[in-house]
Design a binder for this molecule. Structure first.
Ligand SMILES: [Zn+2]
Length: 400
């Protein structure tokens, strides 16, 4: 993470007047909201951790940096209000130089009941940028070198990442517009399919459509990284084959360890790695579970990491924890019908947790490094999975 992050105490929207310009909320604590475990290290390991953190480029493949109200009863109103508070304070201590911000996940039904409506997406991009431009720790990344700049200057590079494209039909020029507005990573579908292909929640996967092939080609030409996190299996294989560039999964796990649709089969993971892509390990509550560790915690998450690392090699794995600031479990309950959390997507019965112990919110990212040290990974291996693999694929697709 290089130099200490240059956080001067800025809070989102503090340049506007509360009650007059916006409705304020009592927001969740960004650091240590709950008593999540910190992996314990010996004195020697602790020194190694500090040195690794200082010297490495650290990038999270998927987060939601928004801070949610302390009271879950206000979640819907907060989402509909169309204004997000970014967790600058939590990000400042996360140990990261950059992260991919999941710009839409089905909760942003602001201008239209359809979260993937064009106006909703434009609203979200604009509102993020309006806030970010009033401080100087977080900035929008457009080239791979921005991660290095963030590392050297005590800043954090935020990648604008749409989990799926808006419904643009045949209007492919709108992909150029999204690139122009700063989008550098985008899915092909969310969990429910669209005009481009099938999503992971669809019963029948019809593969990439003709329009989907056009979309892939345009994303390649522009330099937008393609994310298959929410895409159906057959559509994913079609995209991997059609894409000129490597593609990624920013947040998922291995279906061989946990039989749910959100997890990816070995076939997709292998095809992605053969193409030079990178697979980010997910940590949102009740996703990356395993039969050995069915109570979701950093241990279940790291089982997925180890499985995929053994399957395809250390050069193709990273971490996209997909966490947020606030009560994530409550958020899933409130937005259940909008998010990909139906029974088929969660897999077999398993114990429910209040929070994911050891990886609860974006500020806990460096706990992954502690776990890797504790479990015998070398400095070189750790550097690859906490940032260098993502750096490689973004250099290739974005340049810089
Ligand atoms: Zn997602």
């Amino acid at each position: 993470m290089g130099k200490k992050k240059n956080y001067k105490g800025y809070q989102s929207w503090s340049f506007l007047e509360p009650f007059k310009d916006y409705k304020p909320y009592v927001l969740a604590r960004q650091v240590r909201r709950v008593n999540s475990r910190v992996i314990e290290l010996s004195k020697v390991e602790e020194e190694r951790f500090q040195e690794l953190l200082e010297k490495s480029i650290v990038i999270s493949f998927h987060e939601h940096s928004s801070v949610w109200p302390e009271n879950p009863a206000e979640f819907i109103e907060y989402a509909r209000g169309g204004r997000y508070w970014i967790g600058y304070e939590g990000l400042a201590v996360a140990g990261i130089d950059g992260f991919f911000e999941g710009m839409e996940n089905g909760t942003g039904f602001i201008r239209s009941p359809d979260p993937w409506d064009w106006d909703n997406i434009i609203h979200q991009i604009g509102i993020y940028r309006a806030d970010i431009d009033h401080q100087d720790m977080v900035f929008i990344a457009t080239k791979a070198e921005d991660f290095i700049r963030a590392h050297n200057e005590g800043k954090i590079a935020m990648v604008l990442h749409l989990e799926a494209p808006p419904h643009i039909g045949e209007d492919i020029i709108k992909v150029d517009i999204l690139y122009g507005l700063g989008i550098r990573c985008m899915g092909i579908t969310y969990s429910k399919g669209n005009e481009f292909g099938s999503g992971l929640a669809d019963k029948v996967d019809r593969g990439l459509t003709d329009l989907g092939y056009e979309l892939v080609e345009r994303m390649n030409k522009l330099g937008i990284l393609i994310d298959l996190a929410h895409v159906g299996d057959k559509t994913s294989l079609d995209v991997i084959e059609a894409s000129k560039d490597p593609v990624v999964v920013t947040h998922a796990g291995a279906r061989s360890l946990w039989p749910s649709r959100r997890m990816k089969p070995d076939e997709v993971i292998k095809a992605l790695a053969e193409k030079g892509g990178v697979f980010g390990i997910e940590a949102a509550p009740h996703t990356t579970l395993t039969f050995k560790n069915p109570r979701h915690s950093i241990e279940s998450i790291m089982e997925h990491f180890q499985y995929i690392e053994k399957l395809v090699g250390i050069d193709y794995v990273a971490f996209g924890p997909d966490t947020l600031f606030g009560d994530h479990v409550a958020l899933h309950k409130v937005f259940a019908s909008y998010l990909s959390i139906s029974k088929a997507e969660e897999g077999p019965e398993h114990p429910r947790v209040e929070f994911v112990d050891g990886l609860e919110n974006p500020s806990e990212f460096s706990n992954i490094i502690r776990w890797l040290i504790k479990n015998g990974y070398s400095d070189q291996e750790i550097k690859k999975v906490i940032g260098e693999n993502i750096l490689r694929v973004t250099r290739r697709v974005w340049g810089g």
